[in-house]
Design a protein around this ligand. Structure first.
Ligand code: FES
Length: 112
């Protein structure tokens, strides 16, 4: 097979899929505020929250406006959330893990 950008993109995509999906791995739950949410292996925290219908999980520091997913790729920092007591984690980048405790982040990092 000839070397081409198209070929390398396809190989990269297959690798990415294999890293984000764990065949045969069991589903699990994470805690979000007072809810338990179902999560699948390979999902980010943001994906778990969206799948549960939750669209905002942070408030802005000055006006308290709700924020959630915006860029989805780790650039905008709109999706900041507190995970296992650590504030300012980007929900769109952090993979969900069994038993993870996620809380709404208020302003610059106070949890609810
Ligand atoms: S949604 Fe933009 S950094 Fe997470």
């Amino acid at each position: 097979m000839a070397w081409s950008k198209r070929t390398t993109a396809a190989v990269g995509y297959r690798r990415w899929v294999s890293w984000t999906r764990l065949p045969g791995a069991p589903a699990f739950t994470i805690q979000f505020d007072d809810q338990r949410l179902a999560a699948a292996p390979g999902q980010t925290v943001a994906a778990v929250l969206w799948a549960a219908g939750i669209r905002s999980w942070r408030t802005t520091r000055h006006t308290g406006a709700p924020r959630g997913l915006f860029c989805g790729i780790g650039v905008c920092f709109d999706c900041l959330v507190t995970i296992d007591g650590k504030p300012n984690r980007r929900a769109c980048l952090v993979p969900a893990r069994p038993g993870m405790v996620v809380t709404t982040q208020l302003g610059v990092g106070d949890a609810v």
